[in-house]
Write a protein that binds this ligand. Structure first.
Ligand SMILES: *Cc1c(COP(=O)(O)O)cnc(C)c1O
Length: 405
């Protein structure tokens, strides 16, 4: 057999992906500044010029998380690796962890606890509802030997936000550490890691940070650093052991793994853009675009899954109108308009759509384009639609909600 025969289906000589508009649950659009930063010359991961950039990157990350935690750095891996890093380092065999589960990602936390030898005490809430602090307190009372409370701040599978400050206060009252998932909230809605007293937090590059997927910003309090230093058993994962990673991301700069240098230029640029815009401005922008999209969707009779006070502005989960083939709508948006929106996951599969307005995807042009494209597709599929009404409603909402920051 010739060597080429091992790759018989080869047909692409150069890969040019189409330019989509990404308005699903992530990834969201990458900002051109970030793409451009990533195309700059590759440096060695121990090059002093690169390590200077790493220091600034950590500092920009502290700004985004609103923390002074020294141990704040990007994990080389997607959000799921950041998640696993928190659990694998903080759990020793037999440790009890209260896990709040109100969607897909809370379910993954349970998996993490169990796979790392912990005992998960599950606090379930209905999909589309926030974590109920009363249930968490009941679980803490019943399980006074619990060590950690873990919860998802912004549950991307349902579009709901939970009250992080209240959950963190509760955990403290019962002597527990906290692990919080901020993959979808970082940059999109307010996060105060120090203000809320969160111990371990992880996020992702591809949601509200306008960066491609593949990196996970994490941050750990002194309490976590001490816990990990004083573990009885070695951390089960070599790659994710914080004690070893500190050799690279800490002060000594010794080789641990080859950091994805160009990807890190991209994250640096994305966080720089967030810093230049200002967190408050970014949060307000996400909220404003959400309000306009909502006004437009309402003209189409489309209803939200989540009650108003708990809605995530960056992830609009809505019920598919009765009688509409939801898959066909998504297919047409992609084929005819280059627009990606998200389907429902798990219990919500086939029942909801998820419109993401995250990072650089959260802008006026996208809201208007999305509403118009949706009107065209729905009208074409036989739904009664007043063409143009959604855009008019969006513009009225923009006019009534000027950016004041
Ligand atoms: C997307 C997401 C993750 C997983 O991130 P990946 O980068 O896909 O691994 C975890 N938690 C939440 C809430 C998410 O939205």
């Amino acid at each position: 057999m010739a060597t080429q025969d091992f790759c018989p289906e080869k047909k692409i000589s150069i890969f040019y992906p189409p330019q989509r508009v990404l308005m699903g649950p992530g990834p969201s659009d990458t900002h051109p500044r970030v793409l451009s930063a990533m195309s700059r010359p590759t440096l060695g991961h121990l090059d002093p010029v690169f390590t200077d950039m790493m220091e600034e990157l950590k500092s920009l990350m502290r700004y985004a998380f609103q923390t002074t935690n020294l141990l704040t750095f990007p994990v080389s891996g997607p959000g799921s690796v950041g998640m696993e890093m928190c659990f694998v380092n903080m759990i020793e065999p037999g440790d009890k962890v209260i896990v709040c589960r109100n969607g897909v990602f809370g379910g993954r936390m349970v998996e993490n606890v169990e796979r790392h030898g912990g005992v998960a005490v599950i606090v379930d809430d209905k999909w589309g509802e926030p974590v109920d602090p009363q249930k968490v307190e009941d679980a803490l009372k019943k399980n006074p030997d619990s060590k950690i409370v873990a919860f998802v701040h912004a549950e991307t599978s349902t579009g709901v936000q939970s009250d992080a400050k209240t959950l963190s206060d509760l955990a403290k009252r019962y002597n527990c550490l906290t692990i919080m998932d901020t993959v979808t909230s970082l940059g999109g809605t307010p996060i105060y890691i120090d203000g809320w007293g969160i111990d371990a937090v992880y996020s992702g590059s591809q949601k509200c940070l306008s960066c491609p997927p593949g990196l996970s910003p994490v941050s750990f309090s002194e309490r976590v650093v001490n816990l990990v230093k004083n573990r009885k058993h070695k951390v089960q994962s070599w790659f994710m052991d914080i004690n070893l990673l500190l050799g690279y991301w800490g002060s000594s700069r010794t080789y641990h793994h080859t950091a994805p240098t160009n990807a890190l230029y991209g994250l640096h640029e994305a966080l720089l853009m967030l810093y230049e815009e200002g967190l408050e401005h970014s949060w307000a922008r996400h909220l404003r675009n959400h309000k306009a999209l909502k006004a437009g969707l309402q003209t189409l009779g489309i209803e939200y899954v989540v009650a108003e006070p708990y809605r995530l502005p960056q992830l609009n989960a809505v019920h598919v109108p009765v009688g509409v083939d939801e898959k066909e709508v998504r297919r047409r948006l992609l084929a005819d308009f280059n627009m990606e929106i998200g389907a429902g996951l798990g219990d919500f599969a086939g029942k909801i759509w998820r419109f993401g307005l995250m990072g650089t995807s959260s802008r006026v042009e996208n809201v208007v384009f999305c509403l118009n494209a949706l009107e065209v597709v729905l009208a074409d599929m036989g739904m009664k639609v007043e063409r143009g009404a959604a855009e008019v409603a969006a513009h009225q909402t923009y006019a009534a909600n000027p950016m004041t920051l």
